[in-house]
Each structure stands twice: as C-alpha cells, then as structure tokens.
Design a binder for this molecule. Structure first.
Ligand code: C5P
Length: 433
C-alpha cells in the first residue's frame, strides 16, 4: 500500500540524517511530504528535501492559506514521522502547541505518530523531557531510540538519533508493516526497510511466561488461566530486536518462540529457582507469568478420594514466596525489573492506583497493568495494558494484538535502559547526532 507519509524535521544536527529517512520512504514507494521547522532548515536545505522527497516542501504557516495547508497536510497523512525530534519539539508536541506548520500538522492529524528523539544526554535525561516523552507515549506516540553511542564530539551516551533505516522500519511496523512497490528510479543502494530495529542488541532478557500449577495430588492442581501468550510475545519481540532471550515457561498453551533458550517449570517454587539461576546474567527480567500466591500445604501421594465424611473438602494452603518482591527488595545488580499486575478492578483510576502501589511494593522498575476478567486478558490474542514507570508516571498505554502490545512494552524497556546506561565523562561541546 502506498502511504501518504509526513516527515517532520526539527532543528538539530541530526536533521541531515532525516534526508536518509525521506529517501528510504520514497524508495519504498511512499508519497512523502516533508515539513521542516524553521530551525531544521538551518541544518538541511529545502532544495535537498524537495529533490529527495519529490514533493514541494512547506514551512510557513501563512503560505498556502487558501488551501488551508495548516490542516490539509495532517488530514491527508497516513503516518507522521518526526526525525529528529528535538527536546523543544517534543515539549511542544506534549503540550499541543501549534505555532508552526509542523505543530499544526500533528494536531490536525489522526495518523499514528513516530518520533526519533535526538539531543544531548543531559537533555534526554532531564525530568521535563522524560515527562514529555511519557505524555506522548501515553497518547500512543511511538518513540524510536535514541540510540546510545558516539556523539559528534568526544562524548557518548543516550541521545544519538537512531539510524534512518531503523526509524523507517519502526514507523512502517506501526502501520502494519505497510509495503509499497519500490519507486522504479531509485538508486541501487536503497535503504532496506524490513529489518527489525536491533535496539536490544547485546542485552540479555529473561522472561517468565504462562501460569504456575500447584499440585494437590498426582492428578490435580491449583492453577490459573494464563496461556502464556503475552509472555511469549514479549520474548519473541525482544528476540526480534536483537536481545539474547531466556524464557522460563510455566505450563504454556502456546509454543515457545524460536531463538530463545527455554527452561520449563511448573510450580511457583520451580519458577523461583529458574529465575534465581538466570538473574545474575540478566540485564532485564520480565515477570509476565501468573504465579500462584498459595500452594497446598501438603501434596498427597495418592489421588484424594471422596471420603464420605461430608459434602465439603477443606484444603490447607500456605503462602508462596513473592519472587519479584524478594528480588526487588535485595541488591539485584542493576537488572531492570518489569512486573505485571493482572487486576479485575473495573475503575480505570483505581486500576492505576493498584498498579502504582504494586510497583512500589515489589520494587519493580516498570509495572505492566492489565485488566483481567472472564473474557478479558487471559487466553485471548488481544490485550490492553498501561505501563507505569519508575516515577509512577504512566509511560505508555497499549492495546491491540498481544504481539504489538509486546513491542510497546519493549519500547519502554529500551528507553529505560538508555536512561540507565553509564554516560562517558567527556562532556565537551559535542552535539548528539
Ligand atoms: O501480587 P501479584 O500476583 O498481583 O503480582 C504480580 C507480579 O508479581 C507478576 O509480575 C508476577 O510474575 C509476580 N509474582 C511473583 N511471585 C508471586 C506472585 C506474583 O513474582 N508469588
């Protein structure tokens, strides 16, 4: 499908790399309309953008008034990609400011928005930028990068704009991996748009998935309805994005994804052992499995019989350890802890409050809250989640196929890792690109 793609460019040095984004989209066969800010044009020339996009480039809000250009470009868009997105543009997007053509275009559009931030590490880590990014994510904006790496000068750290191919691949994935017929006259070295974004390359991710079963006797158990679909989707998404993934699989109803090492477990105590064994070498631990809070105090060696002594049967249960809370409460070597809270609370605000309280109680860095019920959450292919971040802010809300929700959760993991990575002490006058 040929998409109408708006590429917004804001004013940072990485603007020159936006040319690569425009070019890759054009070569993939899409109709690309570039909307630079005034500042962006100090870094890259309008003739270049017109030549590469093959469309006129507009900047001025007061040009083309008769065509109502300030809304027309946004209304026609199928996808908006803003690369680079500077701290200033991110702040304006979060506040809904429309004082230039790009701001108007975004507000006038219902198309998905993908941004590729680029700025100094200090600006990226500033609480204002973090809050603005959280706001944008909570509205469904996809944030690609920033990458960690060499900046223009001697320093390095999070803040470098993702590579154009990675931005284009992530953006097209947002609209369902839309592929158009490649433009016929493009150069041979066209950027490939189907590579997954390897933003977890070199990162070791441990994921628990499924639901534990606590045996009563050789034939019966206490269990839960978790199928393992969301956990395995997270493992698969992490793998696709370059991570080394270890899956701890508790009674999965689905197959384990390819390319992951797998350890199967059944009970909460087995799951705890498996997590403990894997923890030392994990950069990220995602506790997606539904773990039984209680287990039978004793397991009968023989099948429990109806004994004719009455109509009821009383089972004595004992508490299982809270694995996540145990790990959260002890030093865990900087492993990013991602917990889940499956709740039946019908009220959205109270659901969020439960999630916030659970994140703090468990010492998790991120907590994924999803509502469950007779027909929601479990065993379905769809999910709706809210992710709460280290400062109790909602960092993203995702709904849809569990595979796409999984990528949303991984997006947050990537950003969180970027914020935590040690930054080089070289703090010259370098500009991140
Ligand atoms: O307290 P609750 O069961 O709602 O917490 C859910 C989160 O805690 C999940 O991430 C789950 O994997 C984890 N958990 C755990 N050990 C338990 C129960 C839950 O690690 N015994």
């Amino acid at each position: 499908m040929r998409l109408n793609v708006v590429v917004g460019i804001s004013g940072g040095i990485a603007a020159y790399k936006a040319v690569g984004v425009v070019r890759a989209l054009v070569l993939a066969g899409h109709d690309v309309h570039v909307v630079p800010t005034e500042a962006a044009l100090r870094f890259v020339g309008r003739p270049t953008l017109e030549a590469i996009s093959r469309n006129p480039v507009h900047v001025d809000l007061y040009e083309g008034v008769a065509e109502v250009r300030h809304v027309a470009i946004g209304q026609a868009a199928d996808l908006i990609v803003i690369a680079p997105a500077t701290a200033n543009t991110i702040a304006k997007l979060a506040a809904g400011i429309a004082d230039d053509l790009l701001g108007n275009t975004v507000l006038a559009s219902r198309a998905p928005v993908v941004i590729a931030p680029a700025m100094h590490t200090e600006m990226w880590e500033h609480p204002a930028t973090r809050a603005n990014i959280a706001t944008l994510r909570s509205r469904g904006v996809t944030v690609v990068g920033p990458a960690i790496g060499q900046l223009t000068g001697a320093d390095s750290g999070p803040g470098r704009m993702e590579e154009p191919e990675a931005i284009v691949a992530a953006a097209l994935a947002v609209v369902g991996g839309a592929e158009a017929a490649p433009a016929s006259d493009g150069p041979e070295d066209a950027a490939s748009t189907d590579a997954p974004v390897a933003d977890l390359a070199g990162v070791r991710v441990v994921v628990t998935a499924g639901g534990t079963r606590e045996p009563l006797d050789p034939v019966r158990f206490l269990g839960n309805r978790s199928s393992g679909k969301q956990g395995t989707a997270i493992a698969e998404a992490a793998r696709a994005r370059g991570a080394e993934v270890h899956l701890i699989a508790a009674n999965l109803e689905v197959s384990s994804p390819d390319g992951c090492s797998v350890r199967t477990v059944s009970t909460a105590l087995e799951l705890r052992d498996a997590v403990r064994d894997a923890l030392a070498s994990a950069d990220v631990l995602v506790m997606a499995a539904a773990v039984a809070d209680y287990r039978p105090a004793s397991v009968s060696e023989a099948k429990i019989k109806k004994d004719g002594s009455g109509d009821g049967l009383t089972l004595e249960l004992v508490r299982n350890p809270d694995i996540l809370a145990e790990i959260g409460a002890e030093p865990h070597g900087g492993t990013l802890l991602v917990g889940f809270a499956a709740e039946t609370e019908p009220d959205d605000d109270r659901l969020l409050e439960l999630g916030r309280a659970k994140r703090r109680a468990k010492g998790a860095d991120l907590l994924v809250v999803n509502r469950v019920g007779w027909r929601e959450g479990f065993a379905t292919d769809e999910n709706a989640v809210v992710v709460i971040g280290p400062d109790d802010l909602v960092v993203t809300e995702r709904h849809g196929a569990k595979t796409s929700v999984a990528h949303g959760i991984i997006d947050v993991v990537v950003s969180e890792l970027a914020v935590r990575r040690p930054v080089s002490t070289h703090r010259g006058s370098a500009h991140p690109i």
